[in-house]
Design a protein around this ligand. Structure first.
Ligand code: ADP
Ligand code: MG
Length: 243
């Protein structure tokens, strides 16, 4: 089963064409790393996948079901609302800026969405959150507030928070770009662990070592176009494209 498929996906902001005809399939369990220069459209692409941006045209399939079809900025077809919402919740997203709620404890940050969206009872959410904190090595920070954590710790919490919704797909947009260099490794380790557990992941990053080691596929995007799509070996060692 493919987890994500896009067909002729395009996105413009007014006159500015940011994504042009993106055709990409992500199979279950794949770790797809997207690289490319600033302004290439990487963030816009990720945001389009989980509806943070409305695409201009094209089709998005999630788990082989047509999620969204638009042409010329108009919705042509869309799945039924409840199913649409459910599928959206199967995608977790982690951003460069961690976006934790400063007035909530780490535990509360993680349990908020599952409880609010009635995915779990408070007790279930708490148990799950503690499990996840253990997994990212931050059990002892459950009662701390975000301000008391380092950048690397905050990003690990943000990953745990996304995982608390039991996603099938995790999207990462430059998760280590805002971190001091000495904290990059601890976040990449958590992501690597997640990849090894079989999670389907789409990751925008500049960490080439990580891409080489963990990616099943590397995409090089430039000016809204997929210029390269292959194994790390193919893309880094034998690129069709000079850049
Ligand atoms: P990347 O993540 O590869 O650096 P982005 O997807 O953030 O690239 O941006 C691609 C282009 O789209 C840039 O030229 C950017 O200025 C533009 N862009 C992104 N978001 C918006 C927006 N909300 N309104 C207008 N232009 C935008
Ligand atoms: Mg970006």
């Amino acid at each position: 089963m493919s987890m994500i498929r896009t067909e002729h996906l395009a996105k413009s902001f007014g006159e500015l064409v940011v994504l042009k005809d993106i055709n990409l399939t992500v199979e279950s369990g794949e770790v797809v790393v997207i690289i490319g220069p600033s302004g290439a459209g990487k963030s816009t692409f990720l945001r389009s996948l989980n509806n943070l941006e409305k695409i201009t045209s094209g089709k998005i399939f999630i788990e082989d079901k047509l999620f969204y079809h638009r042409e010329n900025d108009r919705t042509v077809d869309k799945m039924e609302a409840k199913q649409h919402k459910d599928l959206l919740l199967e995608m977790g997203m982690v951003f460069q800026q961690f976006n934790l709620f400063p007035h909530l404890t780490i535990l509360e940050n993680i349990t908020l969405a599952p409880v609010m969206l009635k995915k779990m009872t408070k007790d279930q959410a708490k148990e799950k959150a503690m499990e996840l904190l253990k997994r990212v090595g931050l059990e002892e920070k459950a009662e701390a507030y975000p301000v008391q954590l380092s950048g690397g710790q905050k990003q690990r919490v943000a990953i745990a928070r996304a995982l608390a919704m039991n996603p099938e797909i995790m999207l990462f947009d430059e998760p280590t770009s805002a971190l001091d260099p000495e904290m990059v490794g601890e976040v990449l380790d958590v992501m690597k662990d997640l990849a090894e557990s079989g999670m389907t992941m789409v990751i925008v990053t500049h960490e080439m070592g990580f891409a080489r080691e963990v990616a099943s596929r590397v995409i090089f995007m430039d000016q809204g176009i997929i210029m390269e799509n292959g194994t790390p070996e193919e893309v880094f060692t034998n690129p069709k494209n000079e850049r």
